[in-house]
Design a protein around this ligand. Structure first.
Ligand code: FCB
Length: 450
């Protein structure tokens, strides 16, 4: 058994994490620009001002993608680069950057997958309430229209928003991410509701304005539960945990995915959140639940669950001395089996892993190369699990490795390196890591060597 012939082997990155050019060519401020300006928010007070300087070095980066043999590149567009105030006047010079980038990708036979929003929200709109303002859905649709009008003659793959669980949960509840808010839970849910509305309106906008037939999906954060054993009880318990809501926070699948796919909030969330449920208007759920072409999910880890006599699942603690990445995330390859399997069974959409990867302790070795055997082992193990679920008939269309290159890892700044291309931030020099050569071989053989 094999990966399907047209399987999409890709890599992903995002605008704020790679581009730099923070003040160039008329770009407006994003909430990450302002977040990074305040000392203490980011590790070592790093900023995305220059980042990988992808804004200037994109041609070199695309040529490296070509060397790796990527079939697709998942990039995001910086909303304030294109519309500095978030709505209204379009910044042509900003838009032209994406024009050039897309052309360069296509010239190298790499299919662009565009994420419209990967967290760099326009600061000007944040000052008008950001996601707390119901108009944010219209603002997002207006911005989507600009991008679709300009790029849909060449781009057909679209992702509306990256990980609402994170930009709402980390951005508006815990305050670890921009805009750094620690709101009460009813406001968190209100912001979430508006972001869901924005998703729905963006899908409508793409469908009605795209010049080539669009393929539209999500990039939700996957909260994956792994059964402790293959017994029926453990599998059902893990499934139930994966699709239940037990805490007043955003770390679940269903509060975001159920409205998007089924057009309703899940009952357990509705009863747990009760009085904090945001005000909804008639028709909201119809707007939110636009038909999608794929369920995109970012999966990094998972939690093992054992069934118990009471019927509820018990998390199984990690063994002593577990395998951890430098993020402190446990290596759990089975997450790429159970996540896709459970999600596809519930939501019945073709699945795409829109992110998977690890941060490692990488540096340029004395021989001038970057040896990262841990990352190769990580991806090999995860991809074998992904292959297993595909062999069982779960429809999975693609895999996007996070990340193409080392980049600005949000609150961790440049401390964490996720790339298969090493970036020397002082000089901008790129070095393909061993994992990049390995991924090239995987892609060339369509995963046969796994
Ligand atoms: C995901 C984000 C991505 C990157 C990886 C490590 O949550 O979507 O930008 O930070 O984690």
């Amino acid at each position: 058994m094999k990966f399907p012939d047209n399987f999409v082997w890709g890599a992903a990155a995002s605008s704020y994490q790679t581009e730099g050019g923070a003040q160039e060519d008329g770009k407006g401020l994003s909430i990450w620009d302002t977040m990074c300006r305040q000392p203490g928010n980011i590790w070592s007070d790093n900023t995305g001002n220059i980042a990988c300087d992808h804004y200037h070095r994109y041609e070199e980066d695309v040529s490296l993608m070509g060397q790796i043999g990527l079939k697709a590149y998942r990039l995001s567009v910086s909303w304030p680069r294109v519309i500095p105030e978030g709505t209204g006047k379009v910044n042509t010079r900003g838009l032209e950057f994406y024009d050039r980038l897309i052309d360069s990708l296509l010239k190298n036979n790499i299919e662009p997958w565009i994420t419209l929003f990967h967290w760099d929200y326009p600061y000007a709109l944040y000052r008008q309430g950001g996601w707390l303002n119901r108009d944010s859905a219209e603002w997002f649709a207006e911005y989507t229209r600009v991008i679709v009008d300009t790029l849909s003659d060449r781009v057909s793959h679209w992702i509306t928003q990256n990980e609402p669980q994170c930009f709402i949960g980390l951005g508006h509840q815990s305050g670890d991410h921009a805009p750094g808010l620690k709101l009460g839970f009813s406001d968190v849910l209100l912001a979430a509701h508006h972001s869901l509305l924005a998703h729905g309106k963006a899908v409508q906008t793409i469908r009605s304005h795209a010049r080539s037939k669009p393929v539209i999906g999500s990039a939700l954060a996957g909260v994956v539960k792994i059964p402790f054993s293959n017994t029926h009880e453990d599998i059902e318990t893990a499934r139930q945990c994966m699709f239940s809501i037990r805490a007043r926070d955003c770390w679940n699948n269903t509060w975001f995915a159920d409205p998007i796919v089924f057009g309703r909030y899940p009952d357990d969330g509705l009863s747990l959140f009760e009085k904090e449920i945001p005000e909804m208007k008639d028709g909201d759920m119809e707007t939110i639940s636009q038909p999608l072409d794929f369920y995109g999910v970012n999966i990094y880890h998972g939690e093992t669950i054992k069934s118990s006599d009471t019927g509820s699942g018990i998390p199984v603690p990690a063994p002593e001395g577990p395998a951890l990445t430098t993020m402190g995330w446990e290596v759990k390859p089975e997450a790429l089996y159970w996540g896709p399997r459970f999600l596809s069974e519930r939501y019945k959409l073709p699945l795409v892993v829109t992110e998977n990867g690890m941060a490692n302790c990488d540096w340029v070795h004395a021989d001038g190369k970057v040896h990262d055997p841990e990352r190769i082992d990580f991806h090999a193990r995860y991809l074998r699990e992904y292959k297993r679920v595909i062999e069982e008939g779960v429809p999975c269309r693609g895999y996007f490795l996070w990340s193409l290159m080392d980049n600005f890892e949000w609150a961790y700044g440049y401390k964490q390196r996720f790339g298969i291309i090493y970036v020397d931030y002082a000089t901008g020099k790129r070095t393909m890591k061993d994992s990049a050569y390995w991924y090239h071989d995987v892609i060339m053989g369509n995963g046969d060597m796994l």
